[in-house]
Design a binder for this molecule. Structure first.
Ligand code: PLP
Length: 497
């Protein structure tokens, strides 16, 4: 059963948790108890494929779904039509004890697909299981990648509608094109004048507007979320931590039971939190290294225990990490405070009222036992892309390059030589202008349109442009609405008319 991080009454089945997204008291839903796995479980994973590994893990959390149902969801989500690598989340050895976990082989070329291909399947079943008659309206605030991945996952899924808000001029050109060309009879895409946090706050406000929600329900609609606050988003992400570990064992890179580090380019704290859940379940994880960009609110927090969102917001080369309020951190706070929901609720109130909170010494200690953090500037990111390509002929997108750079800092600072997995969250082609400029200089990208840049990056690196990105050039623009953040509720109302 799932309960709220803020202590509100109510226990929810997995299907109910996935259907609602957010707990009624505004908290996040978390499993009441975590499964504890032994070495035998891990050993068994080694010989399985991604689909089978996922089935083993999902089953532990979805005990109201049958094995057949979970299988069907996985088949639909991680199919050869959607993913261009049959390993789904392949692990590539880079050098020595360092590997890269590539999470961008799905339909939108970024790691959000790992979760957002599966969530609609789980949700669709959840509606059936709970006898839901209403149409589910998915509201998404995106810093770039979530939006497209959610649109791709929910497009034309029965009994759902999806409205995506992205920061106007705050996403890459390709990201924007991916969204505004989205097909499907149940989708809407809106640019909001403001940054990602404005869009996210706007969505949260709509969720917390109980009058409007009542109004909606009277008209046969219910709100839900595909943002990483939904447990159905987080759960699929736990799988690839286990899967990559099994791959390392299988490849002979580590011994079964040996500890590894994961370096995770972090924004909303969903990806890295899934790694923490994996660790709590028994995966041999040494450190989770949280890599941030210039919006380094998480680095400060993990070092000092003080979360202060009152700071300048920067647009960086890694826009999917341009975030000052990391929603999923609330689940970490819940875990490290031993489920002390009153404490968590207090900190969240302080965050809302004062923009800042400080966790106690004990919690900070528990956090630092596992987490280490640093950040990389844009200049350091460009440097990392260029160096990694020169040395290993490996092409990193800016988010992955942030992780790489932070890992270099970690290794230098701590001397820790534990085998390490760098989690790669986007195809370099999704950010091709930045990557091409880093690798071949500003002349290479200058004056070219986005698609010429894609082709040039392919020519320079010998890597293939993902088909879905290459095909964007021929697609019609279907969504062109730009609104102010104060108008978000009105826009949703109009969309549902
Ligand atoms: C969303 C995203 C991130 C950040 O992941 P979180 O789970 O929000 O921490 C990093 N890189 C890319 C490419 C992303 O799309």
């Amino acid at each position: 059963m799932y309960i709220s991080t803020r202590g509100g009454k109510g226990r929810f089945t997995a299907a109910e948790a996935i259907k609602t997204g957010l707990a009624p008291d505004g908290g996040l839903l978390v499993p009441e108890k975590l499964p504890c796995l032994d070495g035998g479980f891990l050993t068994e994973l080694v010989e399985l494929d991604y689909h089978q590994r996922a089935a083993r893990i999902l089953k532990l959390f979805l005990d109201d779904y049958s094995a057949e149902e979970i299988d069907a969801c996985l088949k639909a989500a991680y199919s050869a039509v959607k993913f261009d690598d049959k390993a789904i989340a392949p692990v590539v050895k880079l050098v020595g004890d360092i590997s890269v976990l590539e999470l961008w082989h799905g339909p939108t070329s970024a790691f959000k697909d790992m979760a957002l291909q599966l969530l609609p399947q789980l949700l669709s079943l959840a509606l059936k299981k709970t006898g839901e008659k209403a149409e589910i309206v998915i509201l998404v605030a995106t810093s770039g990648d979530t939006g497209k991945a959610a649109l791709e996952g929910f497009s034309d899924v029965a009994q759902t509608k999806i409205v995506v808000f992205y920061p106007y001029q705050g996403v890459s050109a390709i990201q924007e094109l991916q969204m505004v060309t989205q097909e499907g009879s149940n989708v809407a895409v809106v640019a909001v004048r403001g940054n990602f946090d404005d869009a996210q706050t706007g969505v949260k406000n709509i969720f917390n507007d109980s009058d409007y929600r009542a109004d909606l329900e009277a008209n046969g609609f219910k709100l839900s979320s595909a943002n990483s606050i939904n447990w159905g988003r987080l759960l699929p992400q736990i799988v690839y931590y286990f899967s990559s570990y099994a791959d390392l064992v299988k490849g002979g890179h580590i011994m079964a039971g040996q500890k590894v580090n994961f370096v995770v380019p972090t924004g909303n704290f969903g990806n890295i939190l899934a790694g923490y859940y994996a660790k709590l379940m028994g995966l041999p994880v040494n450190k989770l290294i949280c890599a941030a960009n210039n919006n380094n609110v998480l680095t400060d927090f993990l070092r000092t225990g003080i979360y202060n969102r009152e700071r300048d917001f920067y647009k960086t080369l890694s826009p999917s990490m341009d975030i000052l309020i990391s929603s999923n951190l609330e689940r970490l706070l819940y875990l490290v405070s031993d489920g002390d929901a009153a404490k968590v609720a207090g900190w969240m109130r302080e965050l809302t009222n004062r923009g800042c909170y400080q966790v106690d010494e004990e919690c900070l200690k528990a956090i630092q036992e596992t987490f280490w953090s640093d950040w990389a500037s844009d200049a350091a990111t460009v440097d990392a892309i260029s160096n990694v390509f020169k040395e290993y002929r490996y092409v990193m997108d800016p988010h992955t390059a942030v992780a790489w750079r932070v890992y270099e800092n970690y290794r230098q600072t701590t001397g820790d030589a534990t085998p390490t997995v760098v989690v790669s969250t986007a195809s370099p082609f999704k950010f091709s202008a930045s990557v091409l400029t880093a690798i071949a200089g500003p002349e290479a990208a200058g004056g070219k349109n986005d698609f010429a840049v894609l082709r040039e990056l392919s020519a320079v690196t010998g890597w293939q442009v993902p088909l879905a990105l290459a095909g964007l050039e021929r697609k019609a623009i279907r969504h062109s609405l730009v609104g102010n953040k104060e108008e978000m509720l009105e826009i949703v109302k109009k969309t549902l008319k």
